[in-house]
Write a protein that binds this ligand. Structure first.
Ligand SMILES: *Cc1c(COP(=O)(O)O)cnc(C)c1O
Length: 368
């Protein structure tokens, strides 16, 4: 069997069985059940956040977070992300305005945001891509100056801290994804992070059809509720999060040691003096001129050996078939990075010798 870019973490099954037994005891499967409330409390204390609202997946968390601000018009965002970010903006009836990214950490370039602001701009939706923190202070200053909301797609940032604070405590709201392929998961799942009671109330409404009580429906909300089986998986995996991150740190450092000897292969490291990173992904940028082989060649060479690296994120979202004729796509840095970046396999259970093999293939490819 080949090696994929990621593999879901699974804790010992007996522990899941024990948690699931509670569902048979209570006969409560979904709708704000006891396991969901326990998971929510555990997450708030682990992430050191006051208000967190669980959802059935990360995408609906983002749509719910955007909708709760009742926005209209244009949203400045990055095209260097997963489809979900742009789709959520469009599906909420808003117009994405694409801002280029910084070449070093691939997050939205704050120096270019102001030039894209118009009288229709209502919000900024940046992405902490791969868990690398955006320029949160500069983005907040711009938002304050123009009265814009900042909603972070923080799907990759579980556990990341910036200057000692959860990365999710920045902006007006953030969303997390607990999809099976993310470093922390609840099978599918997500969360909206709120910073005040009024917004929290709107999120709770938005999650559950806008229902306030048996006879009061206040808004046209959807159904974004997480069920008890998901919550049980989340409670279980949270017990292992520190080991998960530590193992990924060791694997990442092993990669770095080997990759440092290969010309034309580079990677970004968040500044350890301010960022506590989560080792969510292992992206490398291939400089074809120096490396002697292109990203696409490297991808194919690995694939021949049944190693499925992924072209995350390629294509950029403003070049998707469904968007390329609708929105401007003058984001040359994002385009260049998307054509030269490759995410290498990184998951719990990956071995040092498998990393040795992967890096030998990359090294051979670069020499040829
Ligand atoms: C995974 C992901 C999402 C969506 O999360 P799901 O839980 O899969 O719905 C949103 N944004 C980014 C950047 C992601 O990687």
């Amino acid at each position: 069997m080949g090696i994929n870019v990621t593999r879901p973490f699974l804790a010992p099954k007996e522990e899941y069985d024990q948690l699931i037994q509670e569902i048979w005891n209570t006969n409560w499967l979904t709708n704000n059940g006891p396991l969901l409330r326990e998971f929510e409390e555990n997450l708030k204390s682990y992430l050191n956040l006051d208000r967190l609202h669980l959802t059935v997946n990360g995408h609906i968390a983002l749509e719910t977070a955007i909708r709760a601000f009742d926005l209209q018009g244009e949203v400045i965002t990055t095209p260097f992300t997963f489809a979900s970010t742009t789709h959520a903006i469009v599906r909420q009836g808003l117009t994405p305005v694409f801002c280029d990214i910084r070449p070093d950490d691939y997050t939205i370039d704050p120096a270019q945001i102001e030039s894209l602001i118009s009288d229709k701009t209502c919000a900024i939706v940046p992405v902490h891509v791969y868990g690398y923190p955006c320029a949160v202070d500069t983005i907040q200053n711009i938002a304050n100056k123009y009265g814009l909301k900042v909603i972070y797609d923080a799907a990759h940032t579980f556990g990341v801290r910036l200057k000692g604070k959860s990365l999710c405590s920045y902006g007006d709201s953030s969303i997390l994804s607990f999809h099976a392929t993310k470093l922390f998961h609840s099978i599918e799942g997500g969360a909206v992070i709120s910073h005040d009671d009024e917004y929290s109330q709107k999120i709770e409404e938005g999650k559950n059809y806008g229902i306030i009580d048996e006879e009061t429906v206040a808004s046209s909300g959807g159904n974004a509720k997480m069920n008890e089986f998901q919550a049980a998986m989340g409670i279980l995996n949270l017990r292992y999060i520190d080991t998960i991150v530590e193992e990924r740190r060791q694997l990442t450092e092993h990669y770095h040691k080997l990759l440092d000897t290969i010309p034309g292969i580079s990677y970004y490291c968040p500044d350890p003096s301010i960022v506590e990173y989560n080792y969510a992904y292992m992206p490398v940028v291939v400089d074809e001129q120096v490396c002697g082989c292109s990203r696409n060649e490297l991808y194919l060479r690995l694939k021949e050996k049944e190693i499925n690296a992924r072209k995350y994120f390629y294509p950029i979202t403003n070049e998707f078939q469904c968007y390329k004729n609708l929105y401007a796509h003058n984001t040359p840095v994002a385009k260049r990075i998307s054509e030269s970046i490759l995410c290498l396999p990184l998951y719990n259970g990956l071995s040092f010798s498998e990393i040795d093999n992967i890096c030998t293939i990359i090294s051979d490819c670069s020499k040829k």
